[in-house]
Design a protein around this ligand. Sequence first.
Ligand SMILES: Cc1ncc(COP(=O)(O)O)c(C=O)c1O
Ligand SMILES: N[C@@H](CCOP(=O)(O)O)C(=O)O
Length: 555
Amino acid sequence: MSSHSPSQRYLSTRGGSYDLSFETVVLKGLAPDGGLFIPEEIPSLPSDWKSKWSSYSFQDLAFEIFSLYISPEEIPARDLKEIVRKSYSTFRDENITPLVTLDEKKNLHLLELFHGPTFAFKDVALQFLGNLFEYFLVRRNEGRKGVKQREHLTVIGATSGDTGSAAIYGLRGKKDVSVFIMHPKGKVSPVQEAQMTTVLDANVHNLAVEGTFDDCQDIVKALFADPEINKTHKLAAVNSINWARILAQITYYFHAYFSLVRQTGDSNPAIRFVVPTGNFGDILAGYFATRMGLPADKLVIATNENDILHRFWKTGHYEKQPVHGREAEGGFEDDGVKAHEAGVKETLAPAMDILVSSNFERLLWFLAYQTSSSEETNHRRMQAGEQVKNWLAELKSSGGFGVKADILEAAKTNFLSERVSDKQTIDAIKEMYQTPLAESSSVVKTRQATAGTHISGHYILDPHTAIGIAASLRSISSKPEVQHISLATAHPAKFSNAVELALKDEDGFAFDAVLPEEFRGLDKLERRVVGCGKEWEEVREIVIKEVEIELGLSD
Ligand SMILES: Cc1ncc(COP(=O)(O)O)c(C=O)c1O
Ligand SMILES: N[C@@H](CCOP(=O)(O)O)C(=O)O
């Protein structure tokens, strides 16, 4: 008899699949009905979590949290511990995601998430996901010899720069896995492009798509929905549509909480987590953490000028293009930013240049479930799935949909939103640089001035992190007593353009001082990348051909 709990079984947000195992949802990525996988229930924390977990390392916390979502029948505790250990052994900071106090008087802290191999928060999840794929494949292929007998995964991913490199570093050279990463040609930063395309392992394939990140994301979804390639290739996802990505990111919300308690000596702090948001994956992990029982005053969504989420929280309408007049109706504040252009806008924070946020669908399911009138769990689940399916169909057919007032109210219970323009991003980078860290700061005391994130105590933000800081400062002005933990999602050296633009005239600033050793000379290395259009059928042909060549199956 199996002993899994409902939080260890999974369903699709569009109602089509139920009672799936963790292994199934990790290897499938996307449900056959186009929905995203979520646990049937969000688990509650053990009653003694605060005392028991308070001195745990990042790895110990990860193990405890993952165990609530993965049955030991699927991954025995010993194996899960080893996967966790291996995944975080590649990080440069022993705390994995250290918490840094930027301004004690303002209660402003930065959760540095960029100490993994590719210097972005994606490493926290993608190192784990790479090792999970390997673990499942080794188990499935035990005793199987020969390419045709062995189970082989074809990983397909879309990136606006960071997921791609983190996925490539998590999967390069792994047996029985080919990885195809599409990026919008010319729209990722030079370092991001070099990080991806200079990896020459035979199982890594980069595709530069003539289009936007949303086009790349649409190609991923079209391939997952295509019966032809699904018959011949076992497709897998590395984007945050893959549940394991969200799961892995839950850990650092808990880790940050305990770090803050230790650093402030306050055992019951009121906290706002502020998250630079694009595809809604990172902040969704925060939502799971709070629903599990982590105390948080609010989760603050910080968008760039691609602000579909911010407009939703202001108006209750989720629309690719803003509808004229609706912003005023919903109380949308004028921050002096120009009217929206058609489609996605290229900003100084390119990794967040996203029109439609994949993971918002997961939140919608929980909001629909929460506000359902039915008393019966399975009926509520079915109703929520049906509602999400209808909303997403409307988004596809007419470019947007609106929700009822109770849904918007429920969304506001946990979240606030802020929109940050390019100018405000630059101002935030400048402001933080001009406010030196305290001499006693652990960053100043322990980190070398080179390849770090500060020059003599002057902290340098990457533009995505700066969006979070700009939003934090606004939130602090209305709630100064609350501790603000702003998520630092990338190292500044990845985005020289915005950082140089903001700091070129500042005393003592030299970009070279924050350039990590790993990035030096990257631009001179050999590259491998294939150009292609934005038709998914063209990508399908490339994938089929390249896998054949890689596995030596072509004549
Ligand atoms: C540096 C950086 N910051 C923020 C984000 C937004 O995160 P999410 O897409 O999970 O909302 C991304 C991309 O995902 C990113 O690469
Ligand atoms: N910002 C991302 C876009 C892809 O988002 P994901 O979290 O769903 O993988 C990137 O850097 O690629």
